[in-house]
Design a protein around this ligand. Sequence first.
Ligand code: HEC
Length: 134
Amino acid sequence: MKYLHKQLLHCVVYGCTLLPVAAMAAGVEFPQETGGYKKSDLPGYKIASGLCLMCHSSQYASSQPPKSSPAYWNATIHKMKDVYKAPVTDEMIPAVVEYLSVEYGGQDRAAAHADYEKAMAKLKTPAEGDSVKK
Ligand code: HEC
């Protein structure tokens, strides 16, 4: 009986000291969109939803400065690719940049799309010397 009492005491003491810790942990609130990317009709949404959720939630994107430019997103995605080895191809990047710039960077849609077109045209232009006939 004495033993049981000791166990109970142990439980009360440690249970009580653990409670505030658990409450604190539960009190950490994440934004509602935790996990998924913001829905959008832009084609980059689907790419981001597949690719950018492989390693971390969209919170990384939503915690960036609210007026992040296409150049900023472009650099970020290149960093994901080059530094963290995200399996993103050059062809995917302009669409994801457009999507993030509009939905997370608050950029003008038309301007972001113009940037997308420019980046795609650049990708499609063969590097100089590629098609030189002799
Ligand atoms: C291969 C894993 C991987 C993939 C895929 C990936 N990331 Fe990341 N990302 C990371 C790591 C690792 C960090 C750095 C985490 C840290 O510093 O705590 C990071 C950080 C970030 C940050 C924080 C800012 C910064 O520059 O560190 C943003 C924004 C971000 N990622 C966006 C994206 C987007 C958008 C995509 C999709 C194109 C993506 N990530 C795909 C691994 C990945």
